[in-house]
Ligand binder design. Structure first.
Ligand SMILES: C[S@@+](CC[C@H](N)C(=O)[O-])C[C@H]1O[C@@H](n2cnc3c(N)ncnc32)[C@H](O)[C@@H]1O
Length: 318
């Protein structure tokens, strides 16, 4: 296999974005995409793009943010799409050809915390959506964003906050560990087994997990430490009717790229009898249109100071 072919093979990122996120269900894909487009539009509102500027979208995936930016500004916008995933870069490049915007796009394989392919002060705007959650050294990524931005350049971020999901998994584990064996509700034992396969459930696991070891306030801290000014953060928590009401879709989708689908967890970690019991209890919950889920997204915008050599001011009321 040559490197071109191996670059096109599925990896965990492309498998999730192109299949597992929507369980390969076209109708559910439309629902998910409509929501992601709203997040992307909000990132772009915060980016304050102008004609003729250069945007670096970090962890561009299929290019949702980048292509919507081009839709807004037109052919004068230059867009650098970076990602660690070769298959996703190939996919985004093919989409750019389909959309007739290939000439204004540059595709770069690099990690968010190592953007050495991009020069100092070489871009006007940095955006990133649902990427920092997977980066172990978020402070280093913020420093790289600061380095590649020109003085006065703008940063706009949206990230999911998974910490509460991990805290819920940890609470289930604590409950199970601190009750006498045999006294814990059977469904709670299975619920914990499911959640612990998708989120860390111990204090140590949470501290070591890039998806769970940060809160929205940590992102503010990283941005300030990197030298950004004019930092504005909003945490949006929406408790709303679940967008999944099909048991089949629920089984085959997963909540983030690093999480196995419930169907895989059931197959690998549950006996046939446990699977039957779990479905009996939980399927009616999934199929109930009144069931709700929580969505937690942090939006952060900031600006690189016009004189970045000056020391960032200290917080007077930390
Ligand atoms: C949830 S997807 C989001 C994709 C895109 N930003 C969007 O809004 O649809 C996460 C993306 O981050 C990329 N990614 C994961 N870890 C990364 C890293 N350390 N550096 C850069 N990109 C990364 C993945 O390849 C994937 O494209």
């Amino acid at each position: 296999m040559n490197s071109e072919q191996s670059d096109r093979r599925t990896d965990v990122w492309s498998d999730w974005l192109l299949h597992r996120r929507h369980a390969d269900d076209p109708e559910y894909d439309r629902v998910v995409r409509a929501i992601i487009e709203r997040y992307a539009d909000r990132v772009l509102d915060g980016a304050q793009l102008a004609p003729g500027c250069t945007l670096a979208d970090i962890g561009a995936g299929e290019g949702i943010v980048a292509f919507r930016a081009i839709d807004r500004i037109g052919p004068s916008l230059r867009v650098l799409l970076t990602d660690i995933s070769p298959p996703l870069l190939h996919h985004a490049e093919a989409l750019s050809v389909e959309r007739g915007v290939r000439p204004q796009c540059t595709f770069l394989q690099c990690a968010a915390d190592d953007l050495k392919q991009l020069g100092d002060a070489s871009v006007d705007v940095v955006t990133t959506r649902a990427v920092l959650a997977y980066v172990a050294d978020k402070g280093a990524a913020l420093r790289e964003f600061h380095r590649i931005l020109r003085p006065g350049g703008r940063l706009s971020i949206a990230e999911p906050v998974f910490q509460d999901d991990a805290f819920a998994a940890r609470a289930l584990k604590t409950l199970i560990d601190t009750r006498p064996a045999g006294s814990v509700n059977r469904f709670l034992l299975l619920l914990h087994r499911w959640k612990a396969a998708q989120y860390p459930d111990t204090e140590e696991g949470i501290q070591q997990s890039p998806i769970a070891n940060y809160s929205e306030r940590d992102l503010v801290r990283f941005a300030q430490a990197a030298g950004f000014g004019g930092i504005h953060m909003e945490l949006h928590i929406d408790i709303a009717p679940s967008i999944v009401t099909s048991w089949d879709v629920f089984l085959r989708s997963s909540p983030h790229p690093l999480a196995p689908a419930l169907s895989v967890i059931l197959a690998e970690q549950f006996s046939a009898e446990e699977r039957h019991f779990f479905e009996q209890v939980f399927r009616p919950v999934v199929e109930d249109p009144k069931s709700v889920t929580a969505d937690r997204i942090v939006y952060l915008t900031a600006r690189k100071p016009l004189d970045p050599s000056s020391q960032p001011p200290q917080i007077v009321n930390p």
